[in-house]
Design a protein around this ligand. Structure first.
Ligand code: 5GP
Length: 124
């Protein structure tokens, strides 16, 4: 399957420094920043720095190092934002929208991390 990455998307522009962002965490291969339209008290977007359209593209084409870096950064964001389940922390949700049925707006792979309140569920 061929994936076409459009480098004019807003997250590509953030990565190039053309648009400001409120950074939570930056690593060699990953950037995490606050969503501009938060849907919960904590709403952070985690994106790889590489040109991947969505999760399945990232999973197929990213290096093991990029995937490990992304996964570790996302976990670190949950702890930094104090939403990781544990003493006094109450949990979170991760979401990644893809394509038309997933209602993906920005065609650069991103993981939403949401928390800080009880989140409504479409899965229960
Ligand atoms: P999607 O629907 O693609 O999964 O989510 C895209 C997300 O990007 C939305 O939650 C939207 O609020 C966020 N977003 C769109 N433009 C910007 C921007 O310029 N800066 C930041 N920080 N978030 C953005």
């Amino acid at each position: 399957m061929a994936y076409a990455y459009d480098d004019t998307n807003i997250f590509a522009r953030i990565l190039r420094g053309e648009i400001p962002n409120k950074t939570v965490l930056e690593t060699e291969h990953t950037l995490a920043f606050h969503d501009i339209g938060p849907q919960a008290p904590v709403h952070v977007l985690v994106i790889p720095k590489g040109p991947y359209v969505n999760f399945d593209h990232f999973a197929a084409a990213a290096s093991a190092e990029e995937i490990a870096d992304f996964t570790r950064a996302a976990g670190e964001v949950c702890r930094m934002m104090k939403i990781a389940p544990g003493e006094g922390d109450n949990g979170y949700r991760t979401i990644s929208n893809a394509g038309t049925h997933g209602v993906q707006e920005v065609p650069h792979y991103h993981m939403h991390i949401l928390g800080g309140r009880v989140l409504g569920s479409m899965l229960k």
